[in-house]
Design a protein around this ligand. Structure first.
Ligand code: GLA
Length: 385
């Protein structure tokens, strides 16, 4: 996006003058779903779409937060305690981060900020992680602490989301948004946060993101329910053998679990973790067909064992897989609506989009959106203008 357009946007809100511009991407998870909080491997990447932050310092202790994508403004007085307020809606994410950064001992002064997002709203591409990581990065950059470990940024933003916002998410989203690198996916071991970049080369295929445009209803309560079910499975297996997280369990350990639902949840966690390792191996070997097949298996497991897909995600994935040039597809993110991904032969993307779009509309009555996606960099300072 052109910096000049972003500067104009800011000046329309706050008047003319110097503007600092930052960017934080959304993320897509290629495989390894619902296992970050089970100590498993995940394999996400940052997107080239995300949230821009344009700001200018003030001479007082007031922070004004506005967004081009929402009406109203959130005002923070730095001389008062920062508290969660439901009425502040999206503003609670930056508020929580500002509070946390101050608690860590960094100096925060007043500023005016305008956010602008080109991520589809409510699509599960991690706009909340993007705005958290963006805010943290801006504050640290202004403190000349930009060399701060990006892993630390991810950790502090996850803490804000868990404790200040009250959403019990894992580390994957904040990590991908903070640590992302152009054309590389991140293989992250969520048990110890070791990670490595893996070149994301699909050879003669493209990654297509399919937005069901079905909002992720009940996603929070169902998300927490799944986490609790996994904790239960872990407790049961732990009574028989020494493991630290569910992804360390083996398939044969499922025999310890009597409850069918709990057993299915655990089976997803264990098999999904195995799929991630295999997926990275075949991707490195350039075997895109094998990689795509693992995506299909992942979706099946999320549908049947973890039960987080639902009608819309299942419909779009099924229709995608009917297309001759589609090698694989699966839901991505938390599920219960939101986005799926597909691997499509280069040159056939347009035909794919038309066909899947029509069929999905016939089945659900909803118009889906499609984006041909590239893997981009993590959060960054774009410049002063
Ligand atoms: C959401 C959470 C992540 C992760 C995914 C599912 O995006 O924020 O931590 O658990 O769901 O893989």
């Amino acid at each position: 996006m052109e910096v000049k357009i972003l500067k104009d946007m800011f000046e329309k809100e706050y008047g003319e003058g110097v503007v600092d511009v930052y960017f934080s991407p959304g993320r897509v998870n290629l495989i390894g779903e619902h296992i970050d909080y089970n100590g498993g491997y995940v394999f996400p990447g940052a997107l080239t779409i995300g949230i821009y932050g344009m700001l200018r310092d003030r001479s007082d202790n007031i922070i004004r937060l506005r967004s081009k994508n929402a009406i109203g403004e959130v005002v923070i007085d730095l001389d008062r305690e920062i508290v969660y307020d439901e009425r502040d809606d999206w503003g609670n994410y930056p508020k929580g981060v500002i509070k946390k950064i101050m608690e860590l001992g960094y100096k925060v002064n007043g500023f005016d900020i305008l956010f602008y997002s080109n991520l589809p709203d409510g699509a599960g591409l991690s706009s909340s992680a993007a705005i958290e990581v963006l805010t943290a990065y801006i504050l640290l950059h202004k403190n000349k602490a930009e060399d701060i470990d990006r892993v630390e940024i991810a950790k502090l933003c996850q803490e804000v989301e868990n404790k200040f916002v009250g959403v019990n998410c894992g580390i994957m989203d904040q990590f991908a948004v903070s640590v992302g690198r152009e054309n590389n996916a991140i293989l992250l071991d969520c048990s110890n946060l070791y990670y490595e970049y893996v070149p994301f080369n699909l050879k003669d295929s493209s990654l297509v993101i399919m937005n069901t445009n079905k909002r992720r209803e009940l996603s929070e309560s169902k998300y927490n329910e799944r986490r609790a079910e996994c904790d239960k499975a872990l407790d049961i297996i732990k009574a028989h053998k020494e493991i630290e997280n569910l992804c360390q369990a083996e398939i044969k350990d499922l025999d310890y679990i009597e409850d069918e639902t709990i057993k299915k949840r655990a089976r997803h966690a264990i098999t999904e973790n195995m799929r991630v390792k295999e997926a990275v191996k075949v991707l490195r070997e350039g075997d895109i067909e094998a990689f795509s097949k693992l995506l299909i298996q992942s979706h099946k497991s999320l549908k049947e064992d973890y039960e987080v897909t639902g009608l819309h995600l299942d419909a779009i994935v099924e229709e995608a897989l009917k297309f001759k040039g589609c090698l694989g597809a699966r839901m991505t993110g938390a599920g219960f609506g939101g986005c799926a991904i597909a691997i499509v032969k280069e040159g056939m993307e347009e035909e794919f989009i038309n066909e899947v779009s029509n069929r999905y509309k016939d089945r659900t009555g909803i118009k889906a959106d499609f984006y041909i996606s590239k893997i981009g960099d993590g959060v960054k300072f774009i410049g002063r203008c």
